[in-house]
Write a protein that binds this ligand. Structure first.
Ligand code: AMP
Length: 283
């Protein structure tokens, strides 16, 4: 496996793949890798001739400086993990390489309400930052397929929308959320939980599962309220939102019609750590 830090080295390395008509699978990450990330790499490895993983903590998608500053960074350990998972190339640039002299080129995209609700509402500018970096990375890597986790479902839909709007020649692949044995969705942020917070954190998935179990049986409004109340009742939890929405538009639903499209999404502060999770209610 090769680890590269510059755009030009990476383009040069990938040129031979492109010339030989090899398919390139791409997994963008921010590092502090866990089995969730590795499942994406393994899927890419199984479906492509060559797999690239990027490790880049993208400053422009953080709306809180403290969150950016404290985001875990461990590229050496990450490289060993991705190599063992079968990755061929890691692209791990410094911020200056992606944003020379701090310059950020904006994209003209229209996500409608998609980037204004849920994560978009509570993290202003987040999805714009995500779209800008993913577009840059796609330009550099030129992947055949790019792999994104359903753990960040709204992000997945934003990326698909960007690909559609810009007619990019890449197939976006949605990958299942990988969880700890107690249901907690794997996340790099879990590393920052205290022992006590780690003990209570699985209540997020437990409450999402309660919603799934009762979906279709109680009115949507009532179930959302009960779910939110259950989150509020956990000492140490500060829920930011819990919404039952259409998984393409992320607009709230009022009925159980079009059940296959309905998802429950939540963001919860566990102590100081903000965790997100979601569950498809009828799949
Ligand atoms: P991140 O490093 O958090 O930006 O995540 C990089 C990619 O890994 C994104 O597509 C995430 O959705 C995906 N991912 C993160 N956690 C998980 C998980 N627990 N299961 C599956 N995919 C995940």
């Amino acid at each position: 496996m090769i680890l590269l830090k510059t755009i030009w080295e990476t383009i040069e390395q990938l040129l031979s793949c492109i010339k030989e008509g090899k398919s390139i699978g791409f997994v963008p990450t921010m590092g502090a890798l866990h089995d969730g990330h590795l499942s994406l790499i393994k899927q890419s490895k199984a479906e492509n001739d060559y797999t690239v993983c990027s490790i880049f903590v993208n400053p422009i998608q953080f709306n809180k400086k403290k969150d950016l500053d404290t985001y875990p960074r461990m590229v050496d350990q990450d490289s060993k993990l991705v190599e063992a998972a079968g990755c061929d190339l890691v692209f791990s640039p410094e911020p200056d390489e992606i944003y020379p002299e701090g310059k950020v080129e904006k994209l003209t995209l229209d996500f409608g309400m998609l980037d204004k609700v849920l994560e978009g509402k509570f993290r202003p500018g987040h999805f714009e930052g995500v779209a800008i970096v993913v577009k840059k990375l796609f330009d550099i890597i030129q992947p055949t397929k790019a792999y994104f986790g359903k753990k960040d479902y709204q992000q997945l839909v934003i990326i698909q929308s960007m690909v559609n709007q810009l007619q990019l020649p890449v197939q976006v692949i949605a990958c299942e959320t990988i969880r700890e044995h107690d249901g907690l969705a794997m996340s790099s942020r879990n590393l920052r939980l205290t022992v006590g917070e780690r003990v209570i954190a699985p209540n997020i998935f437990r409450i999402l599962t309660y919603i799934k179990t009762n979906a279709g049986k109680k009115p949507v409004f009532e179930l959302r309220q009960t779910g939110l109340q259950k989150l509020q009742e956990i000492r140490g939890f500060t829920p930011e939102y819990l919404d039952i929405v259409d998984k393409q538009t992320f607009m709230p639903v009022n009925t159980w019609d079009h059940a296959e499209r309905i998802i429950a999404c939540t963001a919860v502060y566990v102590g100081e750590i903000r965790l997100i999770d979601n569950i498809e209610l009828f799949s």
